[in-house]
Design a protein around this ligand. Structure first.
Ligand code: ME8
Length: 526
């Protein structure tokens, strides 16, 4: 197994519609984890993209009177790619399942399954949910309730199902029940969080049926390499994006470098596809299995799961337009527990923005710079003797850095931010206690004023580095205002494991007051 590059993925999203903040959430969290690993100095690769085949997309294109290819091209260019800019994502690659590299890689993978006898031809008769793009067992179907009688719904997610009878290819998923259980047992971190792991272990323990993996009644998909009457079932094609983007079947060197993925970040709705079907497919094809599938919870709006079909889907740019991309990223990472469901609201966003970002962090950065400007002509003074008060700051910073780093390792960005915020709070408390504005009036204070402000500036240096993965724009402004670049180098090159070492900012560095990092927002603007 290659562990040289830390490979992070998001789901590839259906382009039946425009993105909402649920998609934005997964992508931001993956980006924060990616950027943190980069800040550790690791080689990292971050993949996101779009899932463009399947009946859901096909029907949406039909309803709009355009070809599916025209539909996906338009939505990807006008909505999905611009989203990445809006929420400031630094992905290394973007895969579209209509791209040739994905088509070639998928065919190569299917060929491998076929040659290894993991696939056979059969006939499927049962229910299918186009909304969820999944086959639904008879036991999981119930009568629908509504005006037009006689329809049936999936008990799994309430989506409408249709009965179908089709000639299909099947994947021998039933062969993998014990292999998967053994694998979960040997790799306790493979499925996280624990609640999802337990649920899936019990799902697999109840038995696995072979899975229908091709469709033969429409042609919007990738042709099965040995049978042109069939297209690949969209899930069995979509999961392959993680390997086709990594060069499977076409670029062995690249594939070896990237695969297996370190972490697939997904919503819990699709944990089963990623943690049951996907590892079984990889085992069947003789490929290594990813290190981890992390399934996060639902973003709830007004207590309900937000979704494209419920019209409660908030667009990311509605929030970014008001608060900016940094605050957007911060809010979702800080206010929700990654792995659990959580509610969001404009009130909460507003309150956190002002309390934590504007007053807590932004104000700290601007007043330290303002005082250095006022008392030392904007040049970082040399600190004098360190007292217990400074030592307390230095020790707390070291502990908080270690805590934040461990939290990212445990895929808990909210805990990483809590740890970083201990530094913000400590520095604010330190300034209140030390009252440099009073010390400035005290002629007998010697170099105390210099010591206090140099200590605060060092604290800000640490914050700029630790917050760079979460709030890259504000961190860059802060880094610039600390005059750090000429001696310490680019912010991106600062290393987490070296950040807590004290007195890195050079005496005499030019400190300028940063442009307001988080300007106050009038409630009416929302
Ligand atoms: O499932 N809260 O695509 P999709 C949190 N194409 N996350 C949410 C969310 C919410 N309310 N709503 C959506 C697919 N998400 C397949 C994936 S991968 C090989 C193929 C996020 O467009 C979350 O990550 O329906 C969820 O898993 C994903 O969007 C589903 O996106």
């Amino acid at each position: 197994m290659s562990d040289s590059t830390f490979y992070v993925t998001t789901p590839i999203y259906y382009v039946n519609d425009a993105p909402h903040i649920g998609h934005g959430y997964t992508t931001v969290m993956g980006d924060i984890i990616t950027r943190w690993h980069r800040q550790r100095g690791e080689s990292v690769w971050y993949l996101t993209g779009t899932d463009e085949h399947g009946q859901k997309v096909l029907r949406k294109a039909d309803q709009n009177g355009v070809s599916p290819q025209d539909w996906v091209d338009k939505l990807v260019e006008e909505e999905w790619k611009p989203l990445l800019e809006t929420i400031d994502i630094a992905n290394d690659d973007y895969i579209r399942t209509t791209e040739q590299r994905h088509i070639d890689g998928s065919k190569a993978f299917w060929q491998a399954l076929y040659e290894r006898d993991a696939v056979y031809k059969g006939s499927f008769s049962g229910y299918y949910s186009v909304g969820a793009e999944e086959f639904v067992g008879d036991d999981d179907v119930a009568d629908g309730e509504g005006d037009d009688e006689g329809f049936k719904v999936s008990k799994l997610d309430g989506s409408r199902v249709e009965h179908m009878t089709e000639e299909n290819y099947f994947f021998r998923l039933s062969d993998y029940q014990q292999k998967l259980l053994d694998f979960y047992d040997a790799n306790p971190d493979f499925i996280q969080p624990e609640s999802v792991r337990n649920e899936l272990i019990s799902f697999v323990s109840r038995g696995l049926r072979d899975l229908s993996i091709s469709r033969s009644t429409f042609d919007w998909g990738i042709q099965v390499p040995w049978d042109d009457k069939h297209v690949m079932y969209v899930w069995i094609e979509a999961l392959l994006n993680y390997v086709t983007a990594a060069g499977y079947g076409v670029d062995d060197e690249r594939f070896k470098e990237l695969w297996p993925a370190n972490i697939h970040i997904v919503g819990k709705d699709i944990a089963r596809f990623h943690a049951v079907i996907w590892p079984a497919m990889l085992m069947a094809a003789g490929q290594p299995v990813p290190h981890q599938v992390f399934a996060h919870g639902w973003i709830l709006v007004g207590g309900q799961k937000m979704s494209k079909s419920k019209a409660n889907g908030i667009r990311p740019d509605e929030i970014v337009d008001t608060f900016g991309s940094d605050a957007y990223r911060y809010y979702f990472a800080r206010a929700l527990t990654f792995g659990s469901d959580g509610s969001i609201s404009w009130e909460d966003m507003h309150a956190r923005y002002h309390a934590e970002l504007a007053n807590g962090f932004g104000n700290l950065a601007s007043r330290v710079a303002a005082m250095i400007g006022k008392y030392f002509d904007g040049l970082l003074p040399a600190a004098g003797e360190t007292t217990a008060a400074e030592q307390k700051v230095i020790d707390l910073v070291a502990e908080a850095v270690a805590e934040a780093d461990a939290a990212i390792e445990a895929v808990a960005p909210q805990d990483a931010l809590s740890a970083v915020w201990q530094i913000v709070d400590e520095l604010n408390g330190y300034l209140t206690e030390q009252a440099p504005w009073q010390v400035a009036k005290d002629e007998s204070a010697g170099d105390r004023l210099a010591t206090i402000l140099a200590t605060a500036a060092e604290g800000l240096r640490v914050l700029a580095v630790l917050l760079n993965p979460v709030m890259p724009k504000a961190s860059a402004v802060l880094w610039d205002s600390l005059g750090a670049e000429p001696t310490l180098g680019a912010l991106a090159d600062q290393r987490i494991d070296a950040v807590a070492a004290w007195s890195q900012l050079p005496v005499g560095a030019t400190i300028t007051k940063p442009a307001s990092l988080f300007p106050r927002i009038e409630a009416a603007a929302e």
